[in-house]
Ligand binder design. Structure first.
Ligand SMILES: [Zn+2]
Length: 423
């Protein structure tokens, strides 16, 4: 293998709690005003694109701030805002350069020029301090002046990346909450694309995550799709049982308080407190055990691939495949199917191991025979095969190919992937 080391950037999304949300909004507004101002300057000064990229910032500052750091009468485009911190302005300038650049590169294909901006402020060093896993101090604009504001952070269980890997955080305002996006630089052992690896006859491992006791079925095949080895990861039944026990507790609690709107308040009024096991805590527990299982399974997958010198992992491209970064804080994901989460973690963890994770179409993976493409009948032990019995662990096809359904699906994932790559 001719590995090509490199790096990639992953964005960690943390919840940001600021007592005064208005500060974040004002800061964002100011950021976009500065951005718009520089965007327009760049537009009026197309010659700026002849300046080497690293000097563009300096050039724009000369045009707007002047050489002494303050606008004077001979400054061509006097900077119209007072006391904007240097690094706040610079972040906005870089954003303006980037946006004008992407407009110019798409101009021929009819890209329309942006007139208004809704960019999220990028926070360079100097705009934040005392950044820990639980809080950060941000320099924010209150509409009149810049003040230091202490904000809480919730990493939602993710480990804080090492300080020297953290790049400039971005304050992202969503509908009713604030997030801190933190780009993190990661070393990658091997950055070659899947195609290059296949051309080099490297092995691939296809995974399939049935919603059953098997959390993941893995098959390793060579670059031609010939089977080499398989492994199943179990534990799904145990996990389902633990989840059900917790869900039963939630149900019991709800029942004891009475259902419907106001039931909880009524209960508190007559009992003084809510039942010992607050359902929120139980839901968090469900989320936690599911997440742990997904982490464990994804680690097993990566270990299996490393052991067998696999350099490509192929996962089914499930619709609405969950973004890894949303896993940490979306409570509703507690009940989500674990397969998506396993795949998300595999994608993320494989990077560091130099393995590329690709996806393949889910077309016919569970319904057709991997050997001949024939329509499958599925069955469980001691039952008759049926064409509409999708849950069956075993399969049989019209050409009498038989075996384990999950194995068959994983082989089909590999097959779909190889057929797309050969096109
Ligand atoms: Zn067959």
């Amino acid at each position: 293998m001719n590995k090509k080391p490199g790096f990639c950037t992953t964005t960690y999304r943390f919840r940001l709690y600021c007592d005064n949300m208005q500060l974040l909004r004002e800061t964002k507004l100011m950021y976009n005003r500065v951005l718009k101002f520089y965007y327009d300057v760049i537009r009026k000064e197309p010659a700026i694109w002849n300046v080497p990229k690293l000097q563009m910032m300096r050039e724009l500052e000369l045009l707007t701030i002047g050489s002494r750091g303050e606008s004077s009468d001979d400054t061509k485009y006097p900077f119209p805002f007072e006391k904007v911190p240097l690094y706040f302005r610079r972040a906005a300038i870089n954003d303006a350069i980037r946006l004008q650049g992407s407009f110019r590169s798409g101009e021929d294909s009819g890209t329309k020029e942006a007139l208004n901006f809704d960019a999220s402020p990028i926070y360079y060093k100097g705009m934040y301090k005392e950044f820990t896993s639980t809080s950060i101090n941000l320099k924010l604009y209150n509409g009149a002046k810049w003040i230091w504001q202490h904000c809480e952070i919730d990493t939602c269980g993710r480990t804080m990346p090492e300080a020297d890997r953290i790049m400039s955080p971005i304050i992202v305002l969503e509908k009713d909450r604030a997030m801190l996006h933190i780009p993190v630089k990661q070393d990658v052992d091997d950055v070659r694309p899947a195609k290059e690896r296949l051309a080099n006859k490297e092995k691939l491992c296809a995974i399939y995550c049935p919603n059953s006791d098997t959390l993941a079925a893995m098959v390793i095949v060579d670059a031609e799709g010939n089977f080499i080895k398989s492994k199943f990861i179990g534990g799904g039944d145990e996990l389902a049982h633990r989840k059900q026990t917790l869900l039963d507790r939630i149900e019991k609690n709800r029942k004891s308080m009475g259902y419907g709107k106001g039931a909880k308040e009524e209960w508190i009024e007559s009992h003084g407190s809510i039942p010992a096991d607050d359902n929120k805590a139980i839901r968090e527990k469900i989320h936690h055990i599911t997440d742990n299982a997904a982490h464990k399974a994804s680690k097993e997958i990566i270990d299996f691939c490393i052991e067998n010198e696999v350099s490509i992992i192929v996962a089914p491209n499930y619709i609405q495949s969950m973004n890894f970064n949303t896993v940490g804080y979306v409570p509703s994901s507690s009940y989500d199917w674990i397969g998506r989460r396993i795949i998300s973690y595999v994608k993320y963890k494989s990077f560091a191991a130099g393995i590329v994770t690709a996806t393949a179409s889910t077309k016919d993976i569970a319904s057709c025979c991997y050997k001949c493409g024939g329509k499958l009948k599925k069955y469980n032990k001691n039952h008759k095969p049926g064409i509409n019995f999708y849950g069956g662990k075993n399969f049989i096809c019209p050409n009498d190919h038989k075996g384990n359904s999950y194995f068959n699906s994983a082989m089909n994932v590999a097959k779909n992937f190889l057929s797309t790559m050969s096109k």
